[in-house]
Design a protein. Structure first.
Length: 368
């Protein structure tokens, strides 16, 4: 799935983190003089993904890269998706523990259910890794994700540079945040608020959650636009909710006239960036998480205790969680082809129609 351009796209972040995993691991295994070691007695890894609706990454990008890394690292991995149900995820966790996994990657649906899963795993001596989302109050041994505050800061900075608002002395804007149950949404908001609150002439006119749900985002933004018909920008947390915002703007003949943000570099988000209806998206190459998490899991199964390069404070318990945090990339029309050439999203998904093939070609995305 990935090409050699991946390392370039990640600006060395994954390479550095993986090197850190190797360099910082404190191995408890017996090894030969040549430096090789016996494979771990338990090579089973469980992966719990949250849903199929909030982002296409959980359907294809993450599972595909995780499977590739499991194969490359000679691990047996079981990947489950909870389809938005915390009850499903808890049942899946129990089933994976019954299968004998030694490490469990958890992308929680909410911290309460995530905490319960991690507690259950701990009772069975299964090591847990928070994958992409920190479980507040949880007991994960490690956290592997992107720097959420940096993601939000990049969103805020990019929004202020959008052509619809660039150079304006006064800009009214609204925010549509992610789900309050997702710690990442809190970090993103912390990041973009730290930028926008200090932007001279910018005034926040409203701030509500879209709950990572397109229908909720559409309803919320329809009300916001009705109250503030002259707003200049929308700080919306991800691409799927941004699409709902754009749909509402189109209905009022305002599409492309209001600066709209995004995140996740989805096929639809990239289409909107090329069309000029969305100013930018944030690209978080899945390799920055999947490669690191599986390498880390393999080391743990091998008896090692890697020293993470960073720590994140658990907002519920105050515990400093050992963390591996990758850096995001802002995607505008200038580099819109990057997630495609990197293999993160297929060209056929971005360019499914003749009109989009033409638009893709004009922007350096080729379908053949």
């Amino acid at each position: 799935m990935r090409t050699s351009s991946r390392a370039v796209a990640l600006t060395g972040t994954t390479v550095v983190l993986l090197a850190g995993l190797v360099a910082c691991g404190n191995s408890n295994n017996n090894s030969s003089n040549g430096g090789s070691s016996a494979p771990p007695a338990n090579a089973k890894v469980g992966v719990l993904l949250p849903d199929t609706a909030t982002s296409p990454r959980w359907v294809s990008a993450d599972p595909n890269e995780l499977r590739k890394q499991c194969s490359d690292n000679k691990l047996t991995c079981y990947i489950d998706n909870a389809n938005g149900s915390a009850t499903n995820m808890e049942s899946q966790a129990q089933a994976l523990i019954n299968k004998g996994v030694g490490v469990l990657l958890v992308t929680n649906l909410d911290s309460g259910s995530g905490k319960a899963i991690e507690s259950l795993a701990k009772q069975h001596n299964v090591v847990t890794i928070d994958y992409d989302r920190l479980t507040a109050g949880g007991s994960a041994a490690y956290y592997v994700s992107f720097d959420g505050v940096k993601v939000g800061q990049d969103q805020g900075t990019a929004l202020t540079a959008c052509p619809q608002v660039a150079g304006k002395s006064a800009v009214g804007y609204v925010e549509i945040d992610g789900a309050p149950t997702d710690n990442n949404a809190t970090l993103f908001a912390e990041g973009y608020n730290s930028v926008l609150s200090k932007q001279k002439g910018w005034t926040k006119l409203g701030d509500q959650t879209g709950n990572w749900d397109p229908a909720t985002a559409q309803a919320v933004f329809t009300t916001m636009l009705g109250k503030n018909p002259n707003l200049g920008a929308v700080m919306v947390a991800n691409d799927t909710m941004a699409q709902s915002v754009i749909n509402v703007l189109k209905s009022q003949n305002l599409s492309g006239k209001v600066a709209v943000s995004g995140q996740d570099a989805t096929a639809g988000g990239l289409d909107n960036v090329m069309a000029g209806t969305q100013c930018f998206t944030i690209y978080k190459p899945v390799a920055g998480e999947a490669d690191v998490a599986i390498k880390l899991a393999g080391q743990i199964l091998g008896g090692q205790k890697p020293t993470a390069p960073a720590t994140i404070k658990d907002p519920a318990s105050g515990r400093m969680v050992p963390s591996y945090l990758a850096s995001p990339t802002i995607i505008t029309k200038k580099n819109v082809a990057l997630p495609v050439t990197d293999g993160y999203v297929p060209a056929k998904s971005v360019c499914p129609t003749a009109a989009l093939v033409k638009l893709c070609t004009e922007n350096g995305i080729h379908t053949s």
